[in-house]
Design a protein around this ligand. Structure first.
Ligand code: IVH
Length: 680
């Protein structure tokens, strides 16, 4: 085979593997093999420079640095669509009505193609006879910029279309940065102490307008096709969804999250479904787009003031907004964790009004250098705590030096609430106040946690009241709660007699609790509700938990070294033991039992190994049923294995079992025995 043939073969092969890997997310060869083919092509092209063409996969890595971008007039203008924020059902109904009214004889139900509104940068890809010739930005819609070099670095964009020989095919779509790539890029930059990207959209825009394509190649972007520009020599399908299907067969990335809907009601359904999964998508979107599906109807509908009458975008509430910082405070959490929080000019973002946003920790605060008076981007996505993404720097504006956040507090400072020493352990991102329950902030949070619905469940003991009780030094420790009496409560400001009585009653009622609630209410680090339940079930008695060592704790399912260590430390502290004793002396009680650690189950001490496919139950089911009977289920066979359960197509583990003379059961024997043991 000569070089010409081999080069052609390698290019086809590499593009195919690239497509499987990047577009279909389904790699067909190992990375190392791909690299080998890639290097072979590179070296052939170096030996035969005349054979190098722009559609070669080697040309994606970025060529020479540009002086600037060349303006290009679009063959067909790149228009935008009407965008509405009124996303209630009336929005969809209004659109449907507008469409129907504009048509001479509208069909019974209009068919729409529903898509996502990707949050990136609009790009026009010009293919001539299947080859990517030019890529341009939207610009002002009439003229854009030639960004071909940078667009070539996007691995999901084919340099050559599959089975498309159209004389001209302009594909329009959105270049974007996935959340994964955005986070990975920022993590790396942070490690190097370099500037980070504010959000994926800016990341995409900045990358495409990058004059050095090698730098562009380092920030991986993706692309979704959503429409066409100029087309010559290709017979169009009759619907927009048909166009998207065809683009996908040409090897172009088209988002799967699209449906053909009929009538306004189905548009509303799509909107709701996407709004619910917005935060779990791997990329940012800012809404949905509805397009009349029939191209004939689109042509009849035409345009009004440069916007197609046949399409509309319904935006979701923005997850990012600009606002100003009024102040910066350090908040002290229940476990003493210190969190810098920006106090903001209230702003509507992600569906609610936000006036506090976290700055996370010292390093993040330093990196962002947020100062009082700054304009910042606040982000609130889903139910996540609102955060300050970054400062918007305005070159004309002098920054407020006085507003610089006093990191001194962190460096050698004291807890802002109780003035105890603060510590930041190596490898930890957070500073912690060592004041424990001496610290009023920690005490307040600890009491609120203790009284919480899933803990001791003291009804009516809310934030305001706890604040009052702690600030007036009425409650200094958890047991003090149960020392509250009617006269003390009634004497508090703004406290009616009736409310005081309700609190006393609620406290009394809360004394009758369960072991896991009590354990959870103590607020031991890393001991959440589930762990508390596991511990209570396993040990049955508080004293056994208090006396357990790390080794014993580790035998509890789902308890790892961090939890075990934390428990041992907590119950090692005399102060904590006293708190527990006082609470019990004040009448806090629960039922105890022997604990399953002391019960001898039918399979206690036995080790089972599962292998092959079981027909009537999943491996996980078999495992949990065996474990519930006290067995350990291991992953490999050894001399210590008591029994191997072999399903169909069992392989090396079965061989090993035979070799070691370990008992082997088939599925039927396992089932018969399980049923038998479970009955006892
Ligand atoms: S269609 C003539 N579809 O939103 C119709 N646009 O003004 C042209 N966008 O900046 C646009 N996702 O880049 C269309 N599925 C989608 C889109 C989409 C995002 C962007 C587009 C433009 C703006 C629309």
């Amino acid at each position: 085979m000569d070089a010409v043939q081999r080069i052609a073969q390698l290019r086809v092969e590499l593009e195919r593997h690239g497509y499987n890997y990047y577009v279909l997310d389904n790699p067909t060869i190992p990375d190392a093999e791909y690299d080998k083919l890639f290097r072979e092509l590179q070296s052939l092209e170096t030996q035969h420079p005349a054979l190098l063409t722009p559609d070669s996969p080697t040309q994606r890595v970025g060529g020479k640095v540009l002086d600037g971008f060349v303006s290009v007039r679009h063959a067909v203008p790149m228009l935008s669509i009407r965008t509405e924020t009124d996303t209630e059902s009336s929005g969809a109904a209004n659109f449907d009505t507008r469409v129907r009214n504009a048509l001479d004889s509208p069909p019974e139900q209009i068919e729409y193609n529903c898509e996502l509104k990707f949050d990136g940068l609009a790009i026009n890809l010009r293919y001539e006879r299947g080859l990517l010739k030019q890529a341009t930005t939207r610009g002002d819609g009439e003229t854009g910029e030639d960004v071909t070099q940078n667009i070539r670095t996007i691995k999901t964009i084919p340099l050559r279309l599959q089975d498309c020989e159209a004389e001209v095919l302009e594909v329009r779509g959105e270049a974007y940065m996935s959340r994964r790539h955005f986070n990975a890029y920022n993590d790396k930059q942070r490690e190097l102490g370099l500037a980070t990207l504010v959000n994926p959209r800016n990341g995409a825009a900045g990358t495409i307008r990058q004059l050095d394509p090698a730098l562009a190649a380092k920030r991986p972007l993706s692309f979704f096709a959503y429409g066409l520009g100029e087309v010559k020599g290709w017979t169009l399908p009759t619907t927009h969804s048909g166009i998207l299907d065809a683009l996908a067969t040409f090897g172009l990335p088209v988002c799967d999250e699209r449906v053909v809907a009929r009538g306004a009601q189905e548009l509303v359904c799509f909107h709701q479904r996407i709004a619910a999964k917005r935060d779990s998508l791997p990329f940012d979107i800012d809404g949905v787009v509805y397009k009349v599906n029939s191209l004939a109807l689109q042509a009849e509908l035409g345009f009004v003031s440069r916007e197609p009458r046949w399409a509309v975008a319904h935006k979701f509430p923005a997850e990012e907004q600009l606002t100003t910082v009024r102040d910066i405070e350090i908040q002290v959490g229940r476990t003493g964790k210190l969190t810098p929080v920006a106090k903001l000019e209230p702003v509507f973002v992600g569906g609610t009004t936000v006036s506090n946003a976290t700055l996370h920790n010292e390093d993040e605060t330093r990196r962002k250098d947020v100062r009082i008076g700054d304009t910042v981007i606040v982000r609130r996505a889903g139910d996540v705590i609102p955060e300050v993404v970054g400062v918007v720097l305005n070159a004309q504006e002098e920054r407020n030096e006085d507003g610089r956040f006093n990191l001194f507090n962190f460096v050698e400072g004291k807890c802002p609430v109780c003035h105890s020493t603060i510590v930041r352990e190596e490898a930890e991102a957070d500073w912690r106040c060592t004041g424990g329950l001496f610290c009023a902030a920690q005490r307040k949070q600890a009491i609120l946690h203790f009284a919480g619905r899933r803990a001791m469940d003291v009804e009516g003991l809310g934030e305001k009241l706890v604040e009052q009780l702690v600030d007036e030094n009425i409650i200094r420790s958890l047991p003090d709660l149960y020392r509250l009496d009617l006269p003390t409560l009634s004497a508090l400001e703004r406290m009616a007699d009736k409310s005081a009585q309700n609190i006393v009653d609620a406290l009394e009622k809360s004394k009758h609790t369960t072991l896991h609630r009590f354990l959870f209410s103590l607020g031991i680090r890393h001991v959440g509700e589930t762990t508390a339940k596991d511990l209570a079930r396993h040990f049955g008695k508080l004293d056994s938990i208090m006396q357990a060592d790390v080794e014993h704790l580790l035998t509890v399912p789902d308890v790892g070294p961090v939890v075990a260590q934390s428990l041992v430390e907590f119950f090692h502290e005399p102060h904590n033991i006293e708190v527990v004793q006082q609470l019990r002396a004040l009448g806090v009680q629960w039922e105890e039992h022997e604990g399953i650690s002391h019960q001898v189950l039918p399979l206690t001490g036995k080790t089972y190994v599962l292998t092959g496919t079981l027909a009537s139950l999943s491996r996980d089911e078999a495992k949990s049923r065996l474990e519930a009977l006290g067995a350990k289920v291991a992953g490999s066979v050894s001399k210590k294995t008591d029994c191997v359960v072999a399903g169909t197509e069992a392989g090396s583990k079965l061989d090993k079992a035979r070799e070691l003379n370990v008992l082997v059961w088939d599925e039927a024997t396992l089932l018969a025995n399980l049923t038998e043991w479970e009955r006892t």
